[in-house]
Design a protein around this ligand. Structure first.
Ligand SMILES: [Zn+2]
Ligand SMILES: [Zn+2]
Length: 139
């Protein structure tokens, strides 16, 4: 193998590996549309990866460096990578990142969950997800 340089952003290697197992739903969690769906992680994978590699003392600045440890990272953060995710339509996804930033701070995960739940309840109340019937109005 030739000497490797950092051709790619390290987190892209992690995404490549993890995405095959993502549990992407067929409708937006908030509004129920099936158009332009994207997956949102409430814990920024980039921030998790950076903090983790620093703590472990791993050098992920080269392709070889990240490839050597990415499976360990995915194992350590299975919950955040596969469970703490929402399927959102593009417009709700953009809205969320407009509020919490491109890479939301890890401390904002709970706030993001709350925001998503609030948008979902609003969406149900205005009837855009009318297939749910009237039950959405009651606690
Ligand atoms: Zn939506
Ligand atoms: Zn997102």
């Amino acid at each position: 193998m030739a000497a490797n340089t950092n051709n790619r952003i390290p987190v892209k290697w992690v995404r490549d590996r993890a995405k095959a197992a993502y549990d992407k739903k067929d409708s937006c969690y908030i509004c129920g549309t099936s158009q332009e769906l994207e997956l949102h992680h409430t814990h920024s994978i980039t921030l998790l990866l950076n903090a983790w590699s620093l703590r472990k003392g791993y050098d992920i600045s080269t392709d070889a460096g990240i490839l050597a440890v990415r499976d360990d990272f995915i194992t350590d953060y299975h919950q955040e990578i596969y469970k703490d995710v929402y399927t959102l339509c593009r417009s709700h996804h953009i809205k969320l990142h407009g509020i919490y930033g491109k890479a939301p701070s890890l401390a904002s995960a709970v706030k993001q969950n709350n925001w998503i739940e609030i948008q979902k309840s609003k969406s149900t109340n205005t009837g855009t997800a009318s297939v749910r019937g009237n039950f959405g109005r009651f606690y």
